[in-house]
Design a protein around this ligand. Structure first.
Ligand code: GTP
Ligand code: MG
Length: 250
């Protein structure tokens, strides 16, 4: 799979910033999302990698048509697995930094300089957008309440202030993605954040504007299911990382 991807795109530039997008049944929005991405962010040339797995629509074709390097996996394995594969492909293609965004159009190209800036200036190793420092079009929703509750819980657990642990617009040094333990098949956002913070990497949040998805529907289930699974990943990741820190100290 990875070898085939590498061969197929061997003639495309190995740019220092890879934008990795997991996309599942997003044929209507992935094209416009890829087309709206900048060619450079903070002076870094961009390569766009879209990972679609088991989509039953034309997501892969739409992403390729828009100019992305596309890895089309036949079996659906979840956003977390797709992003892990995307990180691996980005590192293989020499990326120094990796940014993620979503295929549903919730994040804006205009915020990307702000997300990548602290990496380039050497101020941070991992930067996450925060809708609470910026804005969101969904006002007063259950999701927003969940973001506040989980941000508070995670801030206590990792002992630093986190305002938005579920933002899909993030950027990191590429080596972070190979160093921390990532196992979650679908609800990956908090696992990456908690593992990165607990591994001692410098984490920073910056304001971003979050919109409603352009079309299609959520892949995460209803609010209750989302909340329950998110909570399990938060507690499970924290406990796992704590055990592993203690073992390392022995
Ligand atoms: N490749 C792949 N991508 C996925 C999968 N599930 C979700 N995604 C993508 O991950 C991104 C986030 O998924 P969403 O369903 O929008 O979830 P969310 O943004 O956390 O939650 P909402 O607020 O409901 O939109 C989108 O680009 C999805 O297409 C999957 O199983 N495989
Ligand atoms: Mg979404």
């Amino acid at each position: 799979m990875a070898e085939d991807f590498d061969r197929r795109y061997a003639d495309r530039p190995f740019s220092p910033l890879a934008i990795v997008i997991a996309a599942y049944n997003e044929e209507a929005s992935v094209g416009p999302v890829v087309e709206a991405l900048p060619e450079e962010v903070c002076g870094l040339a961009v390569q766009v990698i879209v990972v679609s797995d088991g989509s039953s629509d034309k997501t892969a074709a739409a992403a390729a048509q828009a100019g992305a390097l596309v890895c089309d996996v036949h079996v659906n394995r979840g956003q977390g697995a797709a992003l892990r594969l995307g990180y691996h492909l980005a590192r293989q293609r020499g990326a120094k930094y990796i940014m993620t965004t979503d295929a549903d159009g919730q994040y804006q190209a205009a915020d990307m300089e702000r997300v990548v800036g602290p990496l380039v200036s050497g101020e941070a190793d991992f930067v996450s957008g925060s809708r609470r420092l910026g804005s969101t079009t969904s006002k007063g929703s259950v999701r927003n309440l969940g973001v506040v509750v989980f941000a508070t819980l995670i801030s206590v657990l990792v002992r630093r202030r986190i305002t938005d642990p579920a933002c899909g617009l993030r950027a990191m040094k590429a080596e972070v993605t190979g160093d921390v333990r990532l196992e979650q098949p679908q609800y990956q956002a908090s696992e990456l954040l908690i593992s990165t913070a607990m591994a001692g990497y410098r984490v920073k949040e910056v304001p971003i504007d979050m919109k409603a998805r352009r079309s299609g529907k959520t892949k995460k289930g209803g609010n209750l299911l989302y909340g329950w699974r998110f909570a399990s990943v938060v507690v499970g990741t924290w406990a796992r990382e704590r055990r592993s820190t203690k073992t390392k100290r022995l």
